[in-house]
Design a protein around this ligand. Structure first.
Ligand code: AMP
Length: 614
């Protein structure tokens, strides 16, 4: 197997592959000769799977068999409101299988069900075969790019798909980091120390911002932000809605019930959008939608398009602003703005960025469609052992996009790794047992910024068993969480009882629990600071009452006071049970119960010198 490693930009709309060989970057065209491979998978009547250019063409004719925009479903739950919203626009069937979205295709007598991971695997297999044909030898090593704002579940799915396609992934590289790498490689001029640049990366499905600090031979990412729900397809959908409205009002025809027409309509709208990037007006032409008239022409101007999309455009600028603020930087500190992703060709977007940066010229030297794959290939060459690679090594330090933490017994988040921490990284937290002779403990793992754990993105459950039985609070469990260079989570745990430590058995189950209404926990956390503080105060209070009751009960048992104080013991059990079910709006009730239990137990606690009390 060759040591040559390729760089893959696995995009929502298109994928692109580059390699760095013989001291230069070279694009690896698909077998069909395209610089990009459309991220489409088509299932034929004979159950054959076609990927790429032909799949896209076939999908136009038979939309229910052509699958695309898979990246929008990767690592998400079926009932994620974002997935639900997307289903309105996708012409193929998506079903709920164990709260994961699965694409369902009816082929002849057979129903085929494919997960987003299966579909990504098909695309990566095609990329691998084509790249091998082009290079003339087998390859198995690759750097694959992902949106910086991809969460851990989304990264895990991408990595698993790549492994199944036969790749050894040298690194999952964040897309804006790849764009920056390509930019600096091509424009290798020395910059002042502490010079900051910003990558604005707006593609078909996702938006990423990254702030970089460039030194002589290193790039440090000092802040990332973004929205995995925002991209060119959302702009297309605005035009699709507009056209549907015109068709209903003027022609009494609703195309939404016809998958094939919706697919064609979507293509026409995307084309119109692209034309509006170079022309002030265009016409969306729909042929054979109706018999009379056979051709429908719907004019649209750039101004109209900009008005429809202005909220989405503005949203990207707000994210840029938030990213700078979080990094304690001003728009003035940014020396260069690097544009990446096809949607940055939209003139209004360019104007809004220029405005935000008070007239700063935008850097358009790099090819917005290919710079991410170029950066991936450069990183692949730096990481591969291929001795023929003479490449200047640029050290890249990336950061986590989201905070990572675990919930405690009153659902309060303990953040182990804060967002924007350089990776790889790891951190520990300690927990003590709550109950007497407790032998297991479970933690819910979350990603996000909210203090109330369940308002974050649920990652999975960590079950720790084998704890040494001990009185409440006597067994300390140390949980270590690490984020590796790919942004993937690793967890380990050990306990300490009476100065002895042992590694614990842990089972980490990726969750399928719903995330509810979570959109962007960072925005939510900023907007709901007061609500979060109120919850945190309440959780402390609730936690105190539970601990107080449990430990009092332990003392009653341990000191053989049960016969004398049965009623007090029962009261503790009762209060504990009640408080567990109370929510933040019941704060007054928890305060009342705390007073009640403390005044009942306080004198006994003093008299018998209760141990282990909180
Ligand atoms: P990417 O994910 O970087 O390949 O970007 C693909 C997105 O860029 C798609 O939504 C395209 O419609 C959009 N795009 C490509 N060229 C243009 C253009 N000239 N004007 C507006 N959007 C474009």
């Amino acid at each position: 197997m060759s040591e040559v490693a390729i760089g893959i930009d696995l995009g929502t709309t298109n994928s692109c592959v580059y390699v760095h060989m013989n001291n230069r970057l070279k694009i690896l065209e698909s077998k069909e000769g395209g610089r990009i491979t459309p991220s489409y998978v088509f299932f034929t009547d004979q159950n054959a799977v076609i990927v790429g250019q032909y799949a896209k063409r076939m999908a136009d004719a038979k939309p229910e068999y052509g699958i695309y925009e898979i990246k929008r479903l990767v690592g998400r739950k079926y009932d994620d409101p974002y997935v639900k919203n997307n289903l309105n626009y996708l012409p193929f069937q998506v079903k709920n299988i164990g709260n994961e979205p699965a694409v369902v295709i009816q082929c002849r007598n057979q129903i085929i069900k494919k997960s987003p991971q299966d579909l990504c695997t098909y695309i990566l297999e095609k990329i691998k075969t084509d790249a091998e044909a082009k290079l003339g030898h087998p390859i198995d090593k690759a750097v694959i790019t992902v949106p910086a704002y991809f969460n851990i579940a989304q990264r895990e799915v991408t990595l698993a798909a790549a492994n199944r396609a036969g790749f050894t992934v040298l690194k999952l590289l964040n897309e804006p980091t790849a764009a920056a790498l390509s930019y600096y490689y091509e424009n290798n001029r020395s910059t002042e120390d502490e010079s900051y640049s910003l990558v604005y990366d707006l593609g078909g499905g996702t938006f990423d911002v990254a702030i970089l600090q460039k030194g002589d031979s290193d790039i440090k990412i000092v802040g990332v932000d973004g929205d995995t729900h925002l991209g060119g397809h959302d702009f297309d959908n605005l035009l699709v809605e507009h056209v549907c409205q015109v068709l209903i009002e003027k022609y009494n025809y609703n195309p939404k019930n016809d998958r094939r027409n919706m697919r064609r309509l979507s293509n026409e709208c995307e084309e119109a959008k692209k034309i509006l990037s170079v022309s002030e007006e265009t016409v969306i032409i729909l042929t054979a939608f109706l018999t009379d008239p056979n051709t429908i022409e719907i004019p649209i101007t750039r101004k109209e398009f900009e008005t429809k999309a202005q909220d989405l455009f503005k949203k990207t600028i707000d994210i840029v602003d938030r990213c700078l603020k979080k990094a304690n930087l001003d728009n003035d500190d940014i020396k260069e703005v690097i544009l990446s992703g096809g949607s940055t060709r939209i003139p209004k977007i360019q104007a809004m960025i220029t405005d935000y940066f008070e007239g700063k010229a935008l850097n358009k030297f790099i090819n917005p469609d290919e710079c991410v794959a170029e950066g991936a290939a450069l990183q692949a060459a730096m990481l591969s052992k291929d001795s023929s690679q003479e490449i200047t090594h640029i050290k890249i330090t990336d950061v986590t996009a989201l905070s990572l933490g675990i919930s405690n017994f009153v659902d309060l988040m303990t953040f182990l790794i804060k967002r924007n921490t350089p990776i790889p990284t790891s951190n520990k937290t300690r927990r003590i047992t709550v109950y007497n002779n407790q032998t297991s403990m479970t933690f819910d793992i979350y990603e996000g910024e909210r203090l109330e754990a369940k308002k974050n993105h649920f990652l999975g459950v960590l079950e720790i068993s084998d704890l040494t039985p001990a009185p409440p609070g006597e067994c300390t469990i140390e949980v270590t969480m690490s984020i590796d260079q790919n942004g993937i989570l690793k967890v380990s745990a050990r306990e300490t009882v009476s100065n002895k430590t042992k590694d614990l058995k842990i089972v980490y189950t990726r969750g399928s629990r719903s995330d509810g209404e979570i959109k962007n926990t960072l925005v939510d956390a900023t907007e709901n600071k007061q609500e979060d503080q109120r919850f945190s105060k309440f959780a402390e209070l609730k936690g105190y009452v539970i601990k107080y009751c449990v430990r009092s009960m332990y003392n009653f048992e341990d000191k053989n006071l049960l016969a004398k104080y049965r009623a007090a013991y029962d009261k503790c059990a009762d209060v504990c049970k009640n408080v567990k079910n109370l929510h933040v709006d019941d704060e007054k009730e928890v305060i009342r119960l705390k007073k009640e239990i403390c005044s009942l137990i306080g004198p006994i606690e003093k008299e018998y010198k209760f141990a282990h009390m909180p």
